[in-house]
Write a new protein. Structure first.
Length: 207
C-alpha cells in the first residue's frame, strides 16, 4: 500500500505542477488578447481569471462528484466545456498574429492545463473505486448490508442494498438515495431503480 500511495502522490504532484505552469502561460496569453481588444489595465488582467477560474471551479465540482458513486452534475460538464472552449480560443488568438504554427504552439498550454485536470479526476475516480474493495474481503457484501433475522443472505451487493432498503422502509425510516450509494458503493442511477423496484413490489404483489 505504501508503494501505491507513493505512485499516486507522485502522479498528483506531477499533474498539479504541469497544470500550474500551463495555467500561468495560458493566463498571460489571455491577458495579451484581452488587453489588445479594448480591455486594458486591471480589467485586462482579471478577465482571464473568469475563464480559467471557470475551468477550475467546474473541475473541482466534478472531482468532488468523482469521489462518490453516482451521476455527475450536468451543469458542471457544460461549464467545463464552455471554459475549455474560451481558453482555447484565447490561446489561438494569442499566437495567430505570428501564423498558424504559432497558434498551435500557443494553444498547447491550454490543452495541457485541461488534460492535467482530467488526469487528476481519473486518479480520484480510481481511488473511489478502490475504497469499497479495501473495506471488505473479496466475495463478501458490506457489513452494513445486514438484514433482519429470517431473511436470506444477499448474494450480491445489489441484493444486499435492496434488502437493506426494504427493511428501512418497513421500519418507517427509508435510507436516502445518496446514503445507499455511499454505503454500498453503487451508482446513483442503479440505486434509484432499486428503490423504485422495492416501492413497486408490494403494489404488484397485491394486484
Amino acid at each position: 500500500m505504501s508503494g501505491d500511495k507513493a505512485v499516486r502522490w507522485t502522479a498528483v504532484a506531477a499533474v498539479l505542477s504541469v497544470a500550474g505552469v500551463a495555467a500561468w502561460v495560458s493566463y498571460w496569453h489571455a491577458v495579451a488578447v484581452v488587453s489588445g481588444h479594448g480591455e486594458p489595465g486591471l480589467t485586462g488582467h482579471l478577465y482571464p481569471v473568469v475563464i480559467d477560474g471557470l475551468i477550475i471551479a467546474a473541475s473541482m465540482v466534478l472531482l468532488d462528484s468523482a469521489r462518490y458513486p453516482g451521476d455527475t452534475p450536468v451543469l458542471a460538464w457544460w461549464m467545463l466545456g464552455a471554459g475549455i472552449g474560451a481558453t482555447l480560443a484565447m490561446n489561438v488568438l494569442a499566437g495567430l498574429p505570428y501564423g498558424w504554427l504559432a497558434s498551435v504552439v500557443a494553444t498547447w498550454p491550454a490543452l495541457a492545463f485541461v488534460g492535467c485536470y482530467e488526469l487528476l479526476m481519473m486518479l480520484v475516480r480510481a481511488a473511489a473505486r478502490r475504497a469499497p474493495a479495501a473495506r471488505q474481503e473479496p466475495g463478501t457484501v458490506p457489513q452494513a448490508a445486514a438484514v433482519p433475522a429470517g431473511t436470506e443472505v444477499a448474494a450480491t451487493v445489489q441484493d444486499a442494498a435492496r434488502a437493506a432498503y426494504a427493511a428501512s422502509v418497513e421500519n418507517g425510516s427509508p435510507i436516502s438515495e445518496r446514503g445507499l450509494a455511499r454505503q454500498f458503493g453503487l451508482p446513483r442511477s442503479q440505486v434509484r431503480k432499486l428503490r423504485t423496484d422495492v416501492v413497486r413490489a408490494p403494489a404488484e404483489t397485491a394486484a
